[in-house]
Design a protein around this ligand. Structure first.
Ligand SMILES: C[S@@+](CC[C@H](N)C(=O)[O-])C[C@H]1O[C@@H](n2cnc3c(N)ncnc32)[C@H](O)[C@@H]1O
Length: 254
């Protein structure tokens, strides 16, 4: 086992305040998974027209925040990327708000999760999540070649420590986050996640040899992210070949 020299830091606070304190132009990519704004904090969905069918609800998920996009834009270097998961119906809201902040729209992307989920009502259970890809004008970093599809198949997240438990109720798989991080950054670049939760983006960044800085409003999730990052940084980075990940491939989640 070789000790990684990759640097990382985490912060407990709000995305908006934390991003505003970053050095302007210092960030290569913002790769994030903000609240979807789809539950009312008491276990009820407030979008999709079906109140009361969700099996979960989080206090932090009441609103889809967009106030942080201007600060994210300022922190990014020219050509820097924004990759953000969002609710399937709400991605236009995030996209339009990002363009209003100065970003140029590129594409949407999809993570297909073959296991789907469980729903107590006669309705589809969604087996995919989507996100938006926008850039700050300037020379871009793109490691996906000329035929990169905007779909990744991966099992749901599980713990890289015991392979079963999850650290966060909306945890994203490491391989999905590695795909996003490594498409738009190079080794040594700074990746940030202002809504990091349990730190999945950070683990992905560090394992791929990128520097990482992250923030979450919850002190418990910040503590979890710190533990995960300490483990990830104990190993030498091994970037993946992002050109080999994509359509029809069911990637291992971690
Ligand atoms: C969808 S979860 C991210 C989960 C993460 N992708 C993971 O794999 O663990 C969104 C996170 O945003 C945090 N959050 C909500 N509002 C916030 C704010 N204003 N500033 C910073 N973090 C916030 C929540 O505590 C939650 O952990």
């Amino acid at each position: 086992m070789r000790q990684s020299v990759i640097s990382w830091s985490v912060f407990n606070g709000t995305a908006m305040d934390w991003l505003a304190g970053l050095e302007p132009g210092s960030v290569a990519a913002v790769v994030t998974d903000p609240p979807y704004g789809t539950t009312d904090g008491r276990g009820k969905r407030t979008v999709h027209g079906d109140r009361g069918e969700a099996a979960f609800g989080f206090e932090w998920d009441r609103e889809l925040p967009v106030d942080w996009l201007g600060a994210a834009y300022a922190a990014l270097r020219p050509g820097g990327a924004l990759m953000a998961f969002t609710d399937n119906l709400a991605k236009r809201i995030l996209w339009d708000a990002a363009e209003a902040a100065g970003f140029k729209g590129r594409q949407t992307f999809v993570w297909v999760k073959p296991e789907g989920g469980a729903t107590p009502r006669p309705n589809f259970t969604s087996a995919y999540e989507s996100g938006v890809f926008l850039v700050k004008p300037g020379p871009p970093t793109w490691n996906g070649g000329g035929a990169q599809v905007n779909v990744i198949h991966s099992r749901r997240a599980h713990s890289e420590i015991d392979g079963r438990t999850v650290f966060h109720p909306t945890q994203k798989p490491i391989m999905v986050m590695r795909w996003l991080v490594e498409l738009v950054t190079d080794a040594g670049d700074l990746v940030v996640d202002p809504f990091m939760g349990s730190g999945s983006t950070g683990v992905a960044a560090v394992r791929g040899g990128r520097r990482f800085a992250g923030c979450d409003i919850s002190p418990e999730y910040v503590a979890t992210a710190m533990r995960r990052l300490e483990c990830a940084a104990a190993f030498a980075p091994e970037p993946v070949n992002v050109g080999q990940i994509g359509l029809f491939e069911v990637a291992d989640a971690t």
